[in-house]
Ligand binder design. Structure first.
Ligand code: FE2
Length: 371
C-alpha cells in the first residue's frame, strides 16, 4: 500500500478552534515545566502510534518515545484539542486526524518477522534445555521495586543465551552476569556450553534461588552477593570473556552496570551484552551511552532493537510514571509493552575504565519511568 504524502506545510488552522498549530508549538507546550528531552520527531512518532492504536500500552510500545516524554506530548495534544481520552481509550479528535494528515503522518507499522519475533535468531541447541529452564523458572522469586527489578520472558532469556553462543561468546568461555533476575546464569549453564558462570546479585532471594538450582542441577555457577555500587574484587577484575547485564536506565545507573561489566573483561576481543530501552532513554541518553562505550575502548558491535520482552511486574501501579499516565488500566501479566534492545559491545583496546565507588540512589533520573 502506498500512502500519499501531504505537501510539506506544517501550518493548519482547520478544526482546531481557529487556532493555527504547528509541530513546534505542540513541542513547546509539551516541554513546559519539564527537563525531559522532547523533539518534534517525538510528536510525529506519537501521532503515528495514535493512528495505529488507541490503547495506552500499545501507544507506548509503538511510539518508541520515552514514557515521561510521551505523557507530556499526550497532554499537549489534548490541550490543543487534537486528542481525547474519555472511556479509557486515546482517541484522536477530528481536528487531530486532520492535523496528522496535514503533516503526512501515517499509522505506525510493526513488521516483525513471525518466526523469530524480530530477534533474528533461532534457539538452535539452546532449544534442548528450554523445557527444563521453564520448569526451574516457574519457582523464581517475584520482581520487587527495591532494586528496579522486572524480568524478561523465559523465551527472551533463552534467545539471549542462543545469541551469545552464536557470537562465540559462550562456548568454552567464562561468563559473568551482573544482576540476574532474568536467570541468564541458569539458562547459560544448563547448556553446558560455558566453562564458568559467575553471578553478582544484590537480592538475597535470588542469590539463594540460583545457588539452590546450581547445586541441584550440578551447574558450574558461582553466586556472590554484591552491591554493584562497589567496585569488583581483584579476583573478578579482568577475568572474564563475556559479561551480561540488564542495567537500570538512569544514565548514572546504566554506567554503574556497564563499568563493572567492562572492568570484568580480559581485554580486546572480550564482549559485553546490555539491555537498553526507548521507554526510559531518549536518543540524547543513547548518545551519551554510545560516547561512554567508545571512551571505554569498546565498540557497539551489534544492536537488536526490541529483542527483550518484559513480563509486567506486580508494582506497576506504583511505578514513577503511573500517576502521569492519561489512562489507568493495569496490563495483563504477559501483555508485553516494555521492551529493550540487546546491545553487544566488544573491547577494541584497553578497556579504559576508571573504577569508582558510587553512593546513594542509582535508579532515578528525569526519564526514569518504571522505578
Ligand atoms: Fe526471523
Amino acid at each position: 500500500m502506498v500512502y500519499a504524502c501531504a505537501p510539506p506545510t506544517l501550518r493548519r488552522d482547520q478544526g482546531t478552534g481557529g487556532v493555527a498549530l504547528t509541530l513546534k508549538e505542540i513541542v513547546e507546550r509539551a516541554r513546559k515545566d519539564t527537563v525531559v528531552p522532547i523533539s518534534e520527531r517525538d510528536v510525529e512518532r506519537t501521532l503515528s502510534a495514535l493512528l495505529a492504536s488507541e490503547d495506552i500500552w500499545r501507544v507506548i510500545d509503538l511510539s518508541q518515545v520515552p514514557v515521561m516524554a510521551l505523557v507530556r506530548v499526550l497532554s499537549a495534544l489534548k490541550g490543543a484539542g487534537l486528542l481525547d481520552w474519555d472511556g479509557g481509550r486515546l482517541v484522536l479528535t477530528p481536528a487531530g486526524r486532520e492535523f496528522t494528515e496535514s503533516l503526512g503522518i501515517g499509522p505506525r507499522l510493526e513488521l516483525k518477522c513471525p518466526h523469530c519475533g524480530g530477534r533474528g535468531t533461532t534457539l538452535g541447541p539452546v532449544g534442548e534445555i528450554a523445557g527444563r529452564f521453564r520448569e526451574i523458572a516457574a519457582d523464581r522469586p517475584e520482581a520487587i521495586q527495591d532494586y528496579d527489578q522486572g524480568y524478561v520472558t523465559e523465551e527472551t532469556t533463552l534467545h539471549r543465551v542462543a545469541f551469545m553462543w552464536s557470537r562465540g561468546d559462550l562456548y568454552g568461555k567464562d561468563l559473568i552476569v551482573l544482576g540476574d533476575d532474568d536467570l541468564v546464569s541458569i539458562a547459560a549453564a544448563l547448556t553446558r556450553a560455558p566453562r564458568k558462570v559467575v553471578v553478582l546479585e544484590i537480592d538475597q532471594r535470588l542469590v539463594d534461588f540460583i545457588r539452590d538450582v546450581a547445586e541441584k542441577e550440578r551447574l558450574p555457577i558461582e553466586v556472590k552477593q554484591h552491591d554493584l555500587r562497589e567496585p569488583l574484587s581483584p579476583d573478578l577484575k579482568g577475568h572474564f570473556d563475556t559479561f551480561f547485564c540488564d542495567p537500570t536506565e538512569s544514565l548514572r545507573g546504566f554506567k554503574v552496570f556497564a563499568e563493572r561489566g567492562i572492568a570484568a573483561l580480559r581485554g580486546p576481543g572480550s564482549a559485553g551484552y546490555l539491555g537498553l530501552t526507548h521507554c526510559e532513554a531518549s536518543y540524547a541518553k543513547w548518545r551519551e551511552i554510545q560516547r561512554f562505550f567508545l571512551d571505554a575502548g569498546t565498540v557497539i558491535a551489534e544492536l537488536r532493537d526490541a529483542f527483550h520482552d518484559y513480563v509486567n511486574w506486580p508494582y506497576i501501579d506504583h511505578m514513577r510514571s503511573w500517576p502521569h499516565l492519561p489512562v489507568h488500566r493495569i496490563p495483563g501479566h504477559e501483555e508485553i509493552w516494555y521492551r529493550s534492545a540487546l546491545v553487544r559491545i566488544e573491547v577494541v583496546e584497553g578497556p579504559h575504565i576508571e573504577e569508582r565507588r558510587y553512593e546513594g540512589d542509582i535508579f532515578a533520573d528525569e526519564e526514569a519511568a518504571t522505578t
